[in-house]
Design a protein around this ligand. Structure first.
Ligand SMILES: [Zn+2]
Length: 425
């Protein structure tokens, strides 16, 4: 049995025990209700035999008070014992939850030669009235040239499994394009097709064929190439993170059904709309897809979570060539785990208590600097370095909709980077 399974099993068992104990705590001690009628009948027969009713009455009240005190005492003791047991079990459950989060890291180790897979995220091409999601086509062409000048190869998504699971001693670039706008098909597709440059196109099924979006005919046409992969980007592309689970599930199932109908398969790649997800949603996605991409910045390495893969968003503002050159040369900062796993923040856990745990033999952890946008403004984060972990101390709450933390460091290999993102209600 795998350690993960054992922990999960133990966790479920502990939960069941906890429920039982809590149910017992609510019982009203050793049944005053049962003892009282018996004592009343007993007293009734006693009083019939006796001549002095006043003595009997006081005897009865004494007995009654005795019973009451006995009952309250016993009930208090029972409650104390049971609530103590309940808190011990609650502690065990908390501990097992913690272990469970760690279970996936058991077989992971620090890989000093990992250069990673760097995923880029584009949206619109030459739609210059939308600078925050657009890239000018001549700039896009230059991006591709820069990637080739740096001798980085483009990763074909068909080899993603293989490449993700091994140490990438050479950096690889993965192109991803979200939303399947017509401007991609008109302006970028001819360039990518000519040089057979691989990419994943993430499609939200509801918008296909609508004004400004690619049609199924166009999507099917490009999907026939072996360097093209179509990924799932939900059905409605709504702010799904706010959905109740049933509504979220319905949206994803609908998109999968439409994928099946038009392409004959569901994709193994998913990208969260707006890069937002709750832990419950991430777990659901993990049951239906092999990999899922967010919109937090960073470089993919073999220690990253398959269902929250980072990508660098590229647009006109962040697409300038100097920044692009710096960005594609970034290396991953590997880590063991980020706590909390839940990236959807409710009022009561904003700001979160963030812990990043690294590998024991991982060098230069004390060189890492982080910056974050709590209170609506980017600033250096206050960090507590503790052996192989960093605790990030936030002084203010994150403001809707995003809380972002980006960390970087420079060592002999170059600049390294990772980021994480919280979504707020
Ligand atoms: Zn999108």
């Amino acid at each position: 049995m795998k350690p993960t399974k054992i922990v999960l099993l133990a966790k479920d068992m502990a939960l069941a025990i906890d429920k039982e104990i809590l149910r017992l705590v609510n019982f009203p001690g050793p049944k005053l209700t049962k003892i009282l009628p018996i004592s009343l009948i007993f007293n009734f027969f006693l009083s019939k035999k006796s001549k002095s009713s006043s003595i009997n009455l006081s005897k009865f009240s004494l007995l009654f008070i005795n019973l009451l005190v006995y009952d309250r005492l016993l009930s208090m003791i029972t409650k104390t014992i049971l609530s103590l047991a309940a808190s011990i079990i609650k502690f065990i459950i908390f501990y097992l939850f913690f272990l469970n989060a760690y279970a996936d890291t058991v077989n992971k180790k620090y890989e000093p030669y990992e250069k990673g897979i760097l995923a880029l995220m584009y949206h619109r091409f030459e739609e210059n009235k939308y600078p925050s999601t657009n890239i000018k086509i001549d700039v896009f062409q230059k991006h591709l040239d820069i990637i080739r000048e740096n001798n980085f190869s483009f990763l074909n998504p068909k080899n993603f499994e293989l490449e993700f699971n091994k140490v990438s001693e050479e950096k690889k670039i993965l192109l991803t394009i979200d939303d399947a706008f017509s401007s991609f098909y008109l302006n970028a597709w001819p360039i990518l097709k000519k040089d057979k440059i691989p990419f994943i196109l993430f499609v939200s099924t509801e918008s296909v064929g609508k004004n400004g979006y690619m049609s199924w005919d166009e999507i099917i046409e490009i999907s026939k190439e072996d360097f093209v992969f179509i990924g799932n980007h939900s059905h409605t592309h709504d702010y799904l993170v706010k959905y109740k689970f049933e509504k979220f599930e319905k949206d994803i199932l609908k998109s999968m059904k439409i994928f099946e109908k038009n392409l004959g398969y569901n994709s193994k790649f998913f990208s969260y709309p707006f890069g937002e997800y709750s832990l419950e949603q991430k777990k659901y996605i993990s049951k239906n897809f092999d990999y899922a991409f967010g919109q937090h910045s960073g470089v993919i390495d073999l220690n990253k979570d398959k269902y929250e893969l980072p990508r660098f968003p590229i647009n006109e503002k962040y697409g300038d060539l100097e920044r692009f050159k710096f960005l594609i040369n970034l290396l991953p900062i590997q880590f063991k785990i980020i706590i909390p796993e839940e990236k959807f923040l409710l009022e009561e856990n904003n700001p979160p208590y963030l812990i990043i745990e690294f590998f024991d033999d991982q060098p230069n952890i004390n060189k890492i600097n982080c910056f974050s946008n709590e209170g609506g403004e980017w600033k250096d984060s206050k960090l507590n370095y503790k052996k192989n972990r960093i605790e990030v101390i936030f002084n203010e709450k994150f403001l809707p909709r995003r809380g972002r933390i980006n960390c970087s460091m420079q060592d002999k290999d170059g600049w390294k980077w990772f980021g994480t993102q919280f979504t707020l209600n």
